[in-house]
Design a protein around this ligand. Structure first.
Ligand SMILES: Cc1cc2nc3c(=O)[nH]c(=O)nc-3n(C[C@H](O)[C@H](O)[C@H](O)COP(=O)(O)O)c2cc1C
Length: 211
């Protein structure tokens, strides 16, 4: 099967039922990253895109710890915090990023939408990356405690996700089960399952009539 598919990116294109922007259609989360480094100006662009995300009260509760492979000890430290399932492929990524949320405001109150806002910033970062031919794989599979210890993250700030960023590699770079996942089409639940109107579980008319 692998030989029949020359470009995994093609098999990953979203089979959208309604028109969506090509950036959304083409984004996906690879595990095979090319060795090619990410240019510093492109890294700055994806971080700048994150900066311009909306956030509750413009609180901007996001932080990014950036590790560029071969440039500092940070990449290696981020690798140390990865869970086993992500380790074999994510350690190869040219850039690893730890995202951290401000969970307590400066006045000591909980920052209620901090994780949501960090997610928005990562979404911005991800689509900017797609526009630059880069790929992002977000991960929850890491140890927040280990990350806190390694980077001396203070109370009031919580690690959220890790991101692997780079150019697309070849599925052949991966061992199973990762290789097969690299060429498996992406799937999503239908709109009717999660867009409601009137009461919980009742599909919204715009969706029901649009099918
Ligand atoms: C918060 C979050 C945590 C994730 N954690 C992991 C992870 O630990 N390991 C992994 O391989 N993928 C992880 N993913 C990637 C998802 O599995 C992936 O986005 C999903 O299967 C949809 O695939 P797509 O991004 O290619 O459309 C995570 C994604 C998000 C948003």
């Amino acid at each position: 099967m692998l030989d029949a598919i020359t470009t995994p990116a093609e098999v990953k294109i979203a089979t959208a039922e309604h028109p969506i922007h090509p950036l959304i259609q083409h984004r996906w989360s690879p595990r095979a990253f090319a060795k090619q480094p990410v240019e510093p100006e492109k890294l700055l662009s994806v971080l700048e895109a994150a900066r311009w995300a909306p956030s509750g009260g413009n609180g901007q509760p996001w932080h990014f710890i950036v590790g560029v492979r071969g440039q500092s000890a940070t990449h290696g430290k981020l690798v140390e915090a990865l869970k086993e399932g992500n380790l074999p492929w994510a350690r190869q990524a040219p850039v690893l990023v730890l995202t951290v949320a401000t969970t307590t405001t400066s006045s000591g109150r909980p920052h209620t939408h901090a994780f949501h806002d960090v997610g928005l910033a990562v979404a911005n970062l991800t689509f900017q990356a797609t526009a630059l031919d880069l790929y992002v794989h977000q991960m929850g599979g890491f140890s927040p405690d280990k990350a806190r210890e390694l980077f001396a993250i203070p109370e009031g700030f919580d690690p959220v996700t890790m991101l692997a960023i780079g150019y697309l590699g070849e599925p052949q770079m991966l061992a199973e089960p990762y290789r097969e996942r690299e060429i498996t089409p992406r799937t999503r639940r239908p709109l009717a399952e999660f867009v409601f109107e009137e009461s919980w579980g009742q599909t919204a008319a715009v969706v029901a009539e649009g099918d």
